[in-house]
Ligand binder design. Structure first.
Ligand code: P61
Length: 470
């Protein structure tokens, strides 16, 4: 005995520890690499973490998309796949789960979120239209633009400030929305594109009061409200914790009420729904549904599978039910917060308040000596990988792409590097390793020099762009 008293992590944070509501039944080994191996891999990948081979990654925080661990029930469900071309039993289980937990009437399955975004954009948008949304998302905006719309960011100003502590930084600014309606006319706005939580803002939630107000305003003008429900379960937890009148309400109740203020939704099921692939669209309007159901057979597959196998739909139907369990959501967001608490205590600049699915490092404050055109967030992702083999994702100027009219870089206020936590995959010890690696990069921040982009693809450039170090 050393005589030193050890503290659990919870005690160090002045609380009782929480733990995951599951235990591990199957494991996948991780491979640690040397710094020399990582230097070679990063060079080969053009300093873009999307181009690394996963076997060269130690802890993979690129995304929480399709990276969840499925439960034993979901794996058992995979054996119940009904792989009929038409009318698979698993499709009807999926339809029932979406109707029960999200409350929408008509369902269209898709292979993943962007398949759904494509269908809804092509169905509702006419060239020359305008789509307001609470901050852009890369694929969402691209599909809206490809359909002929101009996207308008109507999120509250606080969302663009990483240090602002507003509890609902995902909220729509109603004055901005009303001004746009006045300016372009309601008939030019096919829908409001509302995301809960807001990915690019740092996983920030929308309040119930805000969605209700957006719906009221839109109803007065005959404009639909459509929800990107990808991480809406996490949004529901923030409402339970922060909004008056919702303490003690279940995630499932809050989710259902929130969706009731919208006319439909699209979903990347690869996030909240704990599956490796899948997506869906849902609407209440029968005419819109019939158009979507017709278009899905052109691009995705028959309207009872939409690009998914029967077994995928079964795992998804089970995942929907698991996703709304209160203890699951609390531990999922709790793990993200744990990492955030460590970094906050060490004065490392991150987006505050900590959001639902990831920690976003504030690359502007991390590297104040790097101009935005030198890709500070991309640089930080590269440095983190070199330090420890941890993979993160740029969410700054590279992700924002170019203005379709002027061709110049979009220069977002937020220049962030995302450490995204997959659901049910990593332990608290992994989070400690991540925090220490971020700290090591922070301590050597002055030596970072930035990057130049030497290859830039036309669409969603950040996925495949290549960079050279300066
Ligand atoms: C992600 F770097 N997200 O966050 P799909 N809506 C929302 C998403 O977060 C989302 C989709 C729609 C990903 C994967 C990804 O710029 C990127 O199933 C709120 O991926 O097609 C996906 O759903 C699209 C990573 C997507 C990116 C685009 O990691």
């Amino acid at each position: 005995m050393t005589g030193r008293s050890l503290h659990t992590m919870g005690q160090q944070h002045d609380r009782r520890s929480w733990a995951e509501p599951w235990k591990i039944k199957m494991v996948e080994p991780l491979r640690m690499t040397t710094r020399e191996q990582r230097e070679a891999a990063l060079r080969e990948a053009g300093h873009n973490t999307f181009l690394l081979r996963s076997e060269d990654v130690y802890i993979d925080l690129l995304t929480d998309s399709g990276t969840s661990a499925m439960s034993d029930r979901q794996w058992a469900g995979m054996m119940l796949g009904d792989e009929a071309y038409a009318g698979s039993r698993n499709y009807y289980r999926l339809e029932a789960a979406i109707q029960r937990f999200y409350g929408y009437r008509y369902i269209v399955p898709t292979h993943q979120g962007r398949g759904a975004e494509h269908l809804i954009s092509q169905t509702l948008i006419k060239p020359g239209d305008h789509v307001p949304g609470n901050m852009y998302f890369t694929t969402t905006r691209l599909h809206q633009e490809l359909a002929g719309a101009t996207f308008h960011d109507v999120i509250i100003d606080e969302a663009h400030d990483p240090q602002d502590l507003h509890p609902f930084k995902g909220n729509v600014d109603l004055a901005k929305l009303a001004a746009l309606i006045d300016e372009v006319g309601a008939e030019k706005i096919p829908y409001v594109s509302l995301a809960g939580t807001v990915n690019m803002a740092g996983g920030q939630p929308v309040s119930m009061a805000n969605v209700r107000a957006v719906k009221e305003l839109c109803d007065r003008h005959g404009i639909r409200v459509l929800l990107d429900a990808t991480r809406m379960v996490e949004n529901a937890l923030f409402i339970a914790e922060r909004e008056e009148g919702y303490a003690g309400r279940s995630i499932a109740e809050i989710l259902l009420e929130f969706c009731s203020y919208t006319d439909g939704a699209w979903m990347s099921a690869k996030k909240d729904h704990l599956v490796n692939i899948g997506g869906w669209l849902a609407v209440n309007d029968q005419t819109v549904f019939e158009e979507l159901r017709n278009l899905v057979v052109v691009y995705e597959g028959l309207h009872t599978y939409g690009g998914m196998a029967g077994r995928d739909m079964e795992a998804l139907a089970i995942g929907i039910e698991e996703a709304v369990q209160d203890d699951h959501v609390r531990s999922r967001v709790g793990q993200v917060r744990y990492l955030g608490e460590l970094l906050t205590e060490w004065d490392i600049p991150i987006v505050q308040p900590v959001g639902g699915h990831a920690i976003f490092l504030d690359a502007r404050r991390f590297y104040p000596h790097l101009a935005q055109d030198l890709f500070p967030a991309q640089t930080l992702a590269a440095e983190l990988y070199l330090d420890s083999g941890i993979r993160s994702m740029e969410r700054g100027i590279a992700s924002a792409g170019r203005n379709p009219v002027t061709g110049d870089h979009n220069r977002p206020k937020l220049e962030l590097t995302r450490l995204t936590i997959p659901r049910r995959v990593y332990t608290q010890a992994h989070m400690d390793v991540v925090a220490e690696s971020v700290k090591a990069c922070y301590d050597s921040r002055e030596s970072a020099r930035g990057l130049v982009m030497r290859y830039e693809p036309k669409y969603l450039r950040f996925f495949q762009a290549r960079f050279d170090p300066l």
